[in-house]
Design a protein around this ligand. Structure first.
Ligand code: FES
Ligand code: FES
Length: 155
């Protein structure tokens, strides 16, 4: 039976009815229509489904939607400003040529954002650790790390 939950999604309070067995990923993509968050493996291995919940990068494919009640969720759709100006991380990924097929990129960017929100000037190792759970089949990671570096402390 559906239950009502209230939480903050990309800066706005939402009140929705959800089935207890839904994951947050299912809710975001299939119910709420936010398809920027991707489903790769569906069991916590690839990071394509990464969103930020109360400041932490989380695999939404493993996260029960009921548990977001009262929390704050940010998805890739919540990064650009209302007038369409891209977030610095999004701009850096484009400018550094860090995107190939693009499937992993929303998750990569959310992991990187969680890191930069916590640590303004992370080391290269911090950056690598932050995306250790995000798999990319195309890029070889170098340009992704370069893109994050350009935002991290402006290097
Ligand atoms: S879809 Fe969630 S970790 Fe792969
Ligand atoms: S750009 Fe294709 S999986 Fe990363």
């Amino acid at each position: 039976m559906k239950q009502e939950i209230v939480f903050n999604l990309n800066g706005e309070a939402v009140r929705v009815e959800v089935e207890p067995e839904w994951t947050l990923l299912h809710f975001l993509r299939e119910v709420y229509g936010l398809t920027g968050t991707k489903e790769g493996c569906g069991y916590g291995e690839c990071g394509a489904c990464t969103v930020i919940i109360d400041g932490k990068a989380i695999n939404s494919c493993l996260y029960p939607v009921l548990e977001v009640a009262g929390k704050s969720v940010t998805t890739i759709e919540g990064l650009a400003s209302k007038d369409g100006e891209l977030h610095p991380l999004q701009k850096a990924f484009v400018e550094q040529g860090a995107v190939q097929c693009g499937f992993c990129i929303p998750g990569m960017i959310m992991s990187a954002k969680a890191l930069l929100d916590e640590k303004e000037q992370p080391s290269e190792d911090d950056i690598k650790d932050s995306i250790a759970g995000n798999l990319c089949r195309c890029t070889g990671y170098v340009k992704i790390i370069d893109a994050i570096k350009t935002v991290a402390g402006g290097r």
